[in-house]
Design a protein around this ligand. Structure first.
Ligand SMILES: NC(=O)c1ccc[n+]([C@@H]2O[C@H](COP(=O)([O-])OP(=O)(O)OC[C@H]3O[C@@H](n4cnc5c(N)ncnc54)[C@H](O)[C@@H]3O)[C@@H](O)[C@H]2O)c1
Length: 444
């Protein structure tokens, strides 16, 4: 009876937006999520271990290109605070974790950050809190990490402490859908029905469509299903691209034609490989977990093989093009257009552009410049070895004419495709960004 009172009080608090939410990990996922809750009227405490990020937020400066300084300023003026201090957990009713979930070099889950969060929160745990994991990982992660700590503290899950999982669908750089706009549908789950109801109540404040599933493991699996579906289909279309190119068939025309079918076909496009924190990483969570059931994930392994090989195939095509013309020189000037892994984003994690740069450099040695208008902090030590040029340079005819070639790796909207193709000798296009049918534009 007493527990039910707790439960309905918590529900009421969430409905009236009186709950305090702590979001742990203020990156591509945690920061927009925090802003969405602040916008809807909640008090949000953003916690991150990275002092530079906290300092930046407290100076009203965004470090994510798709979030403006003004958005940060407005949030701070409302009910947002940013801190490195975990003791704020003891003042919080809801704690959402959004830390990285990478894989190691053997493609095994490396969940040190989740482990670190759990070890830090345990001394601030208190009754009636709701814990939610938003990170992508293998089915079983939330329960493996959180239940032992709850049990150790003699808390009764679903009665006086609550656990949920809701996978993130944020697509940084996507101008149509975002958590801040509230038009992403969200899958929610909970350890018990009470847990699930609270998670559902919470996200209903910021999202139009909520889809509850029967268990946390199902929700964790759903997220992997979405990303594996993408990885495998990208792998498939990358393979088909190789075949169509040899047959002198334009795959983009074929994809457009196939897309006229009103059912059973969803278009995917060839590209330079996959990047970011999701598609190259997440499928391996399931491969790793499946091994514990003596199962193999053949599609995942094959897609990853095909996608990972794309930078090599692309540079081989470029090498062959110049070999035929017998004019490889060491003084060649080259521009790589787009360095982030995806359109209109500044995210360079696992970007295939990094491997393409390395391979092109091996062939052409010097003078390889990068133009990416979204990568603002070019003084970052990770970028020291690269020569970045301003996008204004791509408006200069003489500069473009002096290039050996321009290679489009990431098709940002800010590039003037027409101007570049008209003024550059050769363009290699990994994204079908150039719509011109000029003979100097080669799809690779
Ligand atoms: N980026 C995407 O497009 C995307 C989409 C869907 C799901 N996800 C998932 O969301 C999760 C977060 O990804 P992200 O892209 O936001 O990562 P990110 O690297 O951009 O941000 C994570 C933040 O967590 C902080 N952090 C790490 N360990 C911490 C700790 N112990 N304590 C406090 N802060 C800590 C980091 O400093 C960083 O600011 C991952 O599981 C990822 O797979 C990401």
């Amino acid at each position: 009876m007493k527990n039910n009172i707790n439960f309905s009080q918590i529900r009421k608090k969430i409905k009236n937006k009186k709950s305090t939410i702590s979001v742990i990990g203020l990156g591509y996922i945690g920061l927009p999520l925090s802003l969405a809750f602040v916008k809807s009227g909640f008090k949000v405490i953003g916690i991150d271990k990275d002092q530079r990020k906290i300092k930046s937020l407290n100076s009203k400066k965004s470090y994510i290109s798709t979030i403006s300084d003004l958005q940060i300023k407005k949030a701070l003026r409302k009910n947002f605070t940013a801190t490195t201090k975990f003791n704020n957990i003891s003042k919080s009713d809801i704690i959402i974790t959004c830390v990285p979930t990478p894989i190691d070099k053997n493609k095994k889950p490396a969940l040190n950050d989740i482990a670190n969060v759990v070890s830090k929160i345990k001394k601030y745990l208190k009754k009636n809190q709701l814990y939610i994991l938003e990170c992508t990982s293998y089915p079983g992660t939330s329960e493996e990490f959180f239940l032992p700590v709850f049990k150790k503290n003699k808390l009764q899950i679903g009665k006086n402490i609550f656990l949920g999982y809701s996978p993130e669908r944020e697509d940084p750089g996507n101008l149509n859908f975002s958590i801040i706009k509230g038009n992403l549908s969200k899958v929610v789950s909970g350890y018990s029905n009470h847990c699930k109801t609270l998670v559902q109540d919470l996200y209903s404040n910021i999202i139009d469509k909520i889809h509850p599933v029967s268990s946390i493991r199902t929700a964790e699996f759903t997220k992997l299903l979405e990303n594996i579906y993408r990885a495998v289909n990208v792998g498939l279309v990358n393979e088909l691209f190789q075949i169509s190119s040899k047959m002198d068939i334009n795959i983009y025309e074929a994809i457009k034609a196939a897309s006229t079918k009103p059912f059973g076909f969803k278009p995917f496009y060839p590209g330079p490989g996959v990047g970011g924190h999701c598609i190259p990483v997440d499928p391996h969570f399931l491969s790793w977990k499946a091994k514990q059931y003596n199962l193999q994930t053949k599609f995942i392994n094959l897609a990853s093989l095909i996608n990972d090989n794309r930078p090599k195939e692309i540079t081989k095509k470029i090498k062959n093009y110049f070999k035929k013309k017998n004019n490889i020189t060491k003084k060649t000037k080259i521009v790589i257009g787009g360095f982030s892994y995806k359109k209109n984003s500044d995210d360079t994690r696992e970007s295939p552009a990094i491997e393409i740069y390395r391979l092109i450099k091996k062939i052409f040695k010097k003078n390889i410049m990068i133009c990416d208008p979204f990568i603002q902090n070019k003084k970052d030590k990770n970028f020291n070895k690269f020569e970045f040029i301003d996008i204004k340079k791509l408006k200069n005819k003489n500069f473009l004419k002096s290039l050996k070639f321009f290679i489009l790796v990431t098709d940002h909207d800010l590039f003037d495709y027409d101007f570049i193709s008209k003024n550059t000798k050769v363009v290699f296009d990994c994204r079908n960004g150039f719509k011109s049918t000029n003979r100097n534009v080669l799809k690779v």
